[in-house]
Design a binder for this molecule. Structure first.
Ligand code: HEC
Length: 110
């Protein structure tokens, strides 16, 4: 496992290529006050690079299918490795269309 981690840690991430989404950009930077969705930027960072020291993962450089799967599995609870339900509490408030939009935005990040 240490060898695998060392290998992946030195790989360069590839810039996103998908088209961006204005609605997704709004959710990412501002959340949705009415639905109680916090802004993703608070933890995942302005450029989606996350904050590795405190356990907030990078979401830039990931493909859309992967990102969508992670959010939907947090939402249905089948992914449950997040401390204090941090992501599950957010994902449960996201509609399918919120997810489509925010995933589109995130997978466009360079
Ligand atoms: C309070 C901090 C916080 C906020 C706000 C937050 N996240 Fe997260 N997110 C996390 C943490 C922590 C994890 C990683 C859980 C783990 O695996 O340990 C995570 C994981 C993820 C992952 C999976 C990444 C991977 O590589 O598997 C995605 C996708 C994601 N978040 C999307 C979002 C979106 C979209 C929003 C905004 C709607 C958001 N997050 C808001 C803390 C946050």
């Amino acid at each position: 496992m240490n060898d695998l981690a060392a290998y992946f840690a030195v790989q360069k991430s590839t810039p996103g290529t998908s088209e961006t989404s204005e609605v997704g950009h709004k959710i990412y930077f501002g959340g949705d006050v009415n639905k109680g969705i916090p802004a993703c930027v608070a933890c995942h960072g302005v450029n989606g690079k996350g904050m590795a020291q405190v356990g907030f993962p990078a979401i830039a450089g990931q493909n859309a299918d992967y990102l969508k799967k992670q959010i939907t599995t947090f939402r249905d609870g089948s992914r449950a490795n997040d401390n204090n339900n941090m992501m599950r509490n957010i994902a449960i408030k996201l509609s399918d269309s919120d997810i489509e939009s925010v995933v589109k935005y995130m997978s466009s990040l360079k």
